[in-house]
Design a protein around this ligand. Structure first.
Ligand code: C2E
Ligand code: CA
Ligand code: CA
Length: 758
């Protein structure tokens, strides 16, 4: 303020000087001319000078206003950040002034008429007297005060306030000047800390906290009681320095810390040693504690496990964890399986995946046992990180692993087994050698396949053995059929090999008929097999067996050649007609994309007229397991003129928007829904919804398994483009298929004439 006055006075002084200089300079000029400087010219000059001064004063005033506004805004912001406010009270003049921070704290619009009494009325009644006497005392002694009290804001919120103030005497007048702090949060935090402290101190669970260097800075009473160490003995030490049971090796702890670093958390059971040397078993949760992404330290909460119905010696004997891999050992894994079954409601599904490394012997034989062990450790690591969501992952023994899942449906289990197989796609690096491996998986389900742990393990093992017979990298779910047919399955597998050698596989073709006019738009090629004894084996039996191993790839190669020859001949016979021969594509064929693409390229070269007449049918699940590679393969196929249809649509995830990511042209509505359209409202709805949505997204719909006129009429009415089923024709020999294509007999079918409603 004073500075501003000085600057204005200086401005005025400069003006007076300029005025003087002006007269001193102008007057001799006027006198020389024989006149006098005054009158009109002097008035004009003075007015100009005065105007200039006014301009200066105005500019000066605006500048200081702006400056004040700026500082006021900054001050308000800093007050608001700090949760502070300030007020002054002129005791004689009874005027009260408050800063924006204060209004914010009491949650009221700034109000110049607000009185100190009104402020006091917000304070908790129980605190008012204390505040009144503190201020009175400060007035008497010209001193200050520091108080904490509660208020209820104008919006009704309860807040805790700290106020610091003092009395200033200016010109015989007393002023109260005070700052207030909103300490609600801090008080609440302190209250909570106090609360937790009390709880942790008196908890039955042992609690241990360390800093980031893992040096202990806190343990509670329960820890001391459980371990026998006093606080003084452990504070400042690392847990490592305490006695270890020796039952978990360095690799185990390495994995444990690795898990904490990755997931900020580890939970499990381990054997530890008390100060007295006694070994005990504890369940422990270790957490890495972060604040604002910075590590604060680690906390461990644990409790001793009373040895339930087993004796401690039992655990010591069986070894909870397998020392080689750090996974659960065989007995502990089985026990986990057992307890999970007991605690499980029978409505929940529990799955045991038993995994065996194919030809592991070659690793041990070729690289030595040490390297074999290292490979097992690497496998265990990969399994553990993939199966984090499993109930348990165990090393059952040798090259066998077990994984326990609850609440995964068949679809999800299948996906998981594929992911496990994919873990082996990346070779294992041992020193400078790359080891390529695959695994076989057998899966058994509780309660469907067996009702107790031992039986589940046995069933999973039967499935595993069958999977091994099926070939490297196979997965099989247990089924009574597998068990009952185990010997026949072996025989079938043998026959499949023979069948391939003897070219016993052939195709039948089932027409796909346009529901607009009955024209045959193409055929689905379906595998058939007559074995050396002249027995026809249905695809439902041999395809799953072949698909469990790479046999399906060889069989498909033989069948695709036949289908291309058929398409080539048909195109030659009817060069101007559009049609597609649809081939079923197995997951394993997509698993070897280079081989598939080479096969297709070679066949197009051999049967050039087949170009633009080939379609591949694949099921949704194959897309869900997909990766960029699959998309690339599909796109390459598209450039060859191949179309894609999704088979059995509606039975999987049925995500149309997901399908849009892939170059899919057609959807084949699964037979089960088509069968239901006449009986089941839900099926009717599913079919009509699929048709509608598919149309919106630009897919053509094909209904499978249309057997009756009524079904065909329903599909027709709901806008389904094409139908395939016994109503029109069963799968037929190639010659008959060609004949049907040339004759187009379905164009005369009754469904394409007249009205009919259901
Ligand atoms: P899919 O691909 O769903 O083939 C349709 C199945 O439905 C065929 O059974 C066909 O004969 C049957 N079908 C067609 N219309 C009707 C009908 O109106 N009523 C009834 N009840 N069934 C009808 P199929 O030939 O026994 O084949 C069974 C499955 O075997 C096929 O199901 C497919 O998943 C697989 N398959 C067949 N051929 C091959 C092949 O060459 N490669 C591969 N990977 N799988 C094949
Ligand atoms: Ca099919
Ligand atoms: Ca189908």
């Amino acid at each position: 303020m004073r500075k501003r006055m000085w600057m204005l006075a200086a401005g005025f002084f400069v003006l007076v000087i300029i005025h003087g200089v002006f007269h001193w300079w102008m007057e001799p000029i006027f006198v020389a001319k024989g006149s006098h400087f005054g009158g009109m010219p002097d008035m004009v000059a003075d007015t100009l000078l005065f105007g200039l001064f006014c301009l200066y004063a105005f500019w000066f005033y605006r500048r200081s206003e702006r400056k004040r506004d700026k500082y006021q805004t900054l001050l308000n912001a800093s007050e608001s950040m700090a949760g502070t406010g300030a007020w002054t009270y002129d005791v004689r003049g009874k005027s009260f002034h408050a800063t924006a921070g204060l209004w914010q704290i009491i949650e009221k619009e700034s109000d110049p008429l607000h009185s100190i009494e009104a402020c006091l009325s917000m304070v908790d009644v129980s605190d008012r007297e204390r505040i009144g006497s503190a201020i009175k005392k400060a007035l008497h002694t010209s001193s200050g005060w520091q108080l904490q009290y509660g208020i209820t804001t104008f919006k009704g919120h309860r807040k805790r306030i700290e106020s610091k103030g003092k009395v200033l005497k200016i010109g015989g007048n007393h002023f109260l000047v005070a700052t207030i702090f909103d300490i609600t949060v801090t008080t609440e935090q302190q209250r909570r800390v106090h609360f937790f402290n009390a709880l942790v101190n008196h908890s039955y669970e042992s609690v241990l906290l360390t800093d980031t260097e893992r040096r202990i800075f806190y343990v509670n009473e329960a820890f001391c009681k459980m371990t026998g160490y006093t606080k003084a003995e452990v504070i400042g030490q690392t847990p490592h320095a305490l006695k270890s049971s020796g039952h978990q090796d360095a690799a185990f702890y390495e994995r444990l810390w690795e898990s904490i670093e990755r997931k900020h958390h580890w939970e499990g059971e381990l054997l530890n040693r008390k100060k007295s040397g006694e070994v005990y078993r504890e369940r422990i949760v270790i957490s890495a504690v972060y604040h604002d992404e910075a590590l604060l330290g680690y906390g461990a909460v644990s409790s001793e496990i009373a040895s339930r119905n087993k004796t401690l010696e039992h655990y010591l004997h069986i070894g909870e964890y397998d020392p080689l891999t750090g996974l659960l050992g065989r007995f502990a894994f089985m026990e986990r399986l057992d307890t999970t079954i007991v605690s499980q409601s029978s409505a929940q599904q529990l799955a045991l995946l038993l995994l065996d490394i194919d030809n592991f012997k070659k690793v041990n034989d070729g690289l030595g046992l040490m390297s074999g062990d290292r490979v097992l450790q690497l496998i265990a690591d990969r399994l553990q990180s993939l199966c984090e969501d499993a109930v348990a992952v165990g090393h059952i023994g040798g090259d066998e692993f077990g994984i326990l899942y609850t609440d995964l449906d068949d679809e999800a289990l299948h996906l998981k087994s594929v992911q496990i197989q994919e873990l082996f796609a990346v070779p294992f690096g041992i020193a400078d050698t790359m080891v390529y491996l695959s695994c076989s998986i057998g899966i058994a389900l509780y309660p469907y396949d067996a009702a107790d742990a031992d039986a589940i393990l046995r069933k999973a093992d039967i499935a595993l053995q069958q999977a091994k017979h099926a070939g490297k990298g196979s997965t099989l779910f247990y089924s009574a059929q597998i068990e009952g047919n185990a010997p026949q399955m072996l025989a079938l597998e043998h026959q499949l090999h023979e069948g391939i050698e003897r070219n016993e596989f052939f195709l039948q073709y089932q027409p796909k008929v346009s529901l607009i006019d009955g024209e045959i738009t193409g055929f689905e090629a379906l595998a058939r097999w007559k074995n050396s004894e002249g027995e026809s084996i249905p695809p439902g039996r041999f395809i799953p067996m072949a698909e469990a191993s790479d046999l399906i790839i060889t069989i498909s190669e033989q069948l695709y050649a036949q289908a291309f020859a058929f398409a080539d001949a048909l195109a030659a016979a009817e060069p101007d007609r559009d049609f597609h021969v649809a081939l079923n594509l197995a997951a394993r064929q997509l698993g070897k994309p280079a081989q598939l693409l080479t096969l297709l390229e070679n066949l197009f070269e051999r049967y050039p007229k087949a170009a633009h007449h080939i379609e591949l049918e694949l099921i949704e699940r194959m897309l869900l397991e997909s990766n960029q590679e699959l998309l690339n393969v599909m796109q390459t196929c598209k450039t060859m003129g191949i179309m894609f249809a999704i088979d059995d649509f509606g039975t999987g995830y049925s995500s149309l928007s997901y399908l849009k990511k892939f170059p899919v042209d057609k959807l084949k509505i699964d037979q089960s829904f088509v069968k239901g359209v006449l009986k089941d409202d839900k099926d009717r709805q599913i079919v009509s919804t699929i048709i509608q949505m598919a149309e919106t997204l630009g897919f053509t719909t094909i209904a499978e398994g249309a057997e009756t006129e009524a079904e065909v009429r329903f599909l027709q009415r709901h806008g389904c483009a094409v139908a395939q089923g016994y109503y029109f024709s069963k799968p037929v020999e190639p010659n008959r298929a060609t004949e049907l294509f040339l004759l187009q007999p379905f164009k005369d079918d009754t469904v394409f004439f007249g009205d009919y409603t259901i």
